[in-house]
Design a protein. Structure first.
Length: 299
């Protein structure tokens, strides 16, 4: 298998029958950008939890064990990348840690992209016990880490109420293992109309920021899309500047289409969650050929 010509991702995160979060957010963009994607669903739900009702199943470590054993015994576990997102079970997350080692034993060049999904905007939506497992067992194995600002706080125990504190947190996480840390968005102090994306690379000894005009409403699945796009573009571009620019610009294009749809449906009787489902399929052109409106600058 040629790592450069045939990138192949094992993506372990949530799945919804209807809508776009987790693997439903990640698979289509990765495939459009030329990646083979094998998906393991940590949970399988009818729809995401922002709806008034959701039903489904949660996989445990034995379910994961069965699936990865089947792949291994058929020699189907040859991957260039591992991507992990939402995992809601302690035992499942611990099995992921040993899986990383197994996959890297088979391909020492495998890149592990970890989106440490734990919460957002000050609210956790996984059991608190997962925080220590991420800190002590998962983060040291990750090559690339894509937390939001709240997850950065959880992983470091450090408030990100200034750029200086945020950068100290990033440095602390680098020291645990990840070579690249990309923060999908953090609030810009004293500027309510902007967010800021940040990417830091140990190898390049550089930290870049990209200012992002705020789009109203909060969109479920956008962090999952960010992690998948960043995995793709860091592989395709080979440098953090192009990767973060293409990732953020694509994500913004998807969210603008989503917001436009929301505006057109605002007065209907649909649930809010349905009105703001990511417009991924409608953004095929932008995913394949990202606009370049927002430019990264040294921080």
């Amino acid at each position: 298998m040629s790592c450069s010509k045939n990138p192949r991702v094992l993506s372990i995160q949530s799945h919804v029958v209807s809508g776009y979060v987790g693997n439903k957010s990640a698979t289509f963009p990765l495939q459009l950008l030329g990646f083979e994607v094998d998906a393991i669903n940590s949970v399988q739900l009818s729809n995401h939890t922002g709806y008034k009702v959701f039903k489904g199943q949660v996989l445990d470590d034995s379910d994961l064990e069965n699936l990865v054993t089947g792949l291994s015994e058929n020699n189907l576990d040859n991957y260039t990348h591992l991507l992990t997102g939402y995992i809601g079970s302690v035992s499942f997350l611990k099995r992921v840690a040993s899986l990383v080692n197994d996959l890297k034993a088979k391909n020492p060049n495998l890149i592990y992209v970890c989106d440490p999904v734990m919460g957002d905007n000050g609210k956790m939506y996984v059991p608190e016990e997962l925080t220590d497992i991420f800190k002590n067992e998962i983060v040291p194995l990750a090559d690339i880490l894509t937390p939001n600002y709240f997850e950065l706080e959880l992983l470091t125990g450090r408030k990100t109420d200034s750029i200086e504190e945020l950068l100290k947190g990033v440095k602390e996480l680098h020291e645990k293992g990840p070579e690249i840390i990309a923060i999908s968005s953090t609030k810009v102090l004293d500027q309510n109309d902007k967010l800021m994306g940040i990417v830091s690379s140990v190898k390049d000894e550089s930290i870049l920021k990209i200012d992002i005009p705020l789009i109203p409403v909060s969109y479920t699945g956008s962090g999952d899309l960010f992690a998948a796009l960043f995995l793709a573009h860091i592989h395709l571009e080979g440098n953090i500047k192009d990767a973060i620019e293409k990732t953020i610009n694509t994500l913004r294009a998807v969210l603008l289409k989503t917001f436009k749809h929301y505006e057109s449906r605002k007065e209907t009787g649909e649930q809010l969650a349905q009105k703001i489902e990511l417009h991924l399929i409608q953004s095929k052109k932008e995913i394949e050929n990202p606009p370049r409106h927002l430019i990264a600058q040294p921080l």
